[in-house]
Design a protein around this ligand. Sequence first.
Ligand SMILES: [Zn+2]
Length: 206
Amino acid sequence: MNSDVICKGNFQPSPTKVPTQTNLALVEEGVKLILRAIGEDLNREGLQQTPNRVARMMAELTSSINIDPADQITCEFYEEAAGLVLVKDLTFNSTCEHHLLPFHGLVHVAYLPRDGRITGLSKLARVVDIASRRLQVQERLTAQIAQAIEDKLNPLAIFVMVEAEHSCMSLRGIKKPGSKTITTDARGLYKKDASLRAELLTLIEK
Ligand SMILES: [Zn+2]
């Protein structure tokens, strides 16, 4: 991509909202309650810093709660010749809102630019990170990534695929380690045109 790549000057990102300040003391109290409830001794040496550690960890895992993933697409370019853009194998870590356990895996993001309107590839990775750092379900994560691209680039087609392993399925309940859950969100031409979608899936599976 070298010809006519112009950053459109009047493209303004929406103001970034300040991330929610986690009430660390309150989380600590909650962790102490859980430890007590499962019969632990709060004064045991290994547990003394645990409530504080968990509180800081929760703040980190949910630090993007109030940030719109679309805000990450801050600079738009025009590239007349731009065809399919596919970014494969973006890793992510998120937290399942049903069990507060991690789920992690890969995201594949594809879009067909409208009138050559594209964004930096790293911005797509940022969108994935911001959408992940909150309590999530995989279906909503998939849709939020697609929505961010639609909001900022309005492309002809969008396809987002998320492949994830959920700790709540591998560690507890049905205990199926290694099982993968796949979700997709297809918009525009990728929703309407099955052959176009099939072509893309071949590229993703390569
Ligand atoms: Zn879960």
